[in-house]
Write a protein that binds this ligand. Structure first.
Ligand code: ZN
Length: 73
């Protein structure tokens, strides 16, 4: 069974698709507004602003996820 998993950014309403099931508490960055979001629910997937202080410096966010917002021809 293939589930089309997606969630909406609470900031800008961009639809963020997940090709891999996210984990509860996973941190994602919105591709549109760069908000740091946390997965707070899995069924359905819901995102909220992360309250964690994940950015200690201005280091580029490590992207360990498989979000697919970079379609290329
Ligand atoms: Zn956004």
């Amino acid at each position: 069974m293939i589930e089309n998993q997606h969630a909406y950014c609470p900031e800008c309403d961009t639809r963020i698709r997940f090709y891999k099931r996210p984990k509860l508490g996973a941190i994602v960055t919105c591709p549109e507004c760069d908000e740091i979001l946390e997965v707070v629910s899995l069924r359905p997937i819901e995102l909220e602003w992360s309250t964690e202080e994940y950015y200690d410096d201005d280091t580029s966010s490590t992207d360990e996820s498989d979000w697919d917002y970079s379609y290329r021809d």
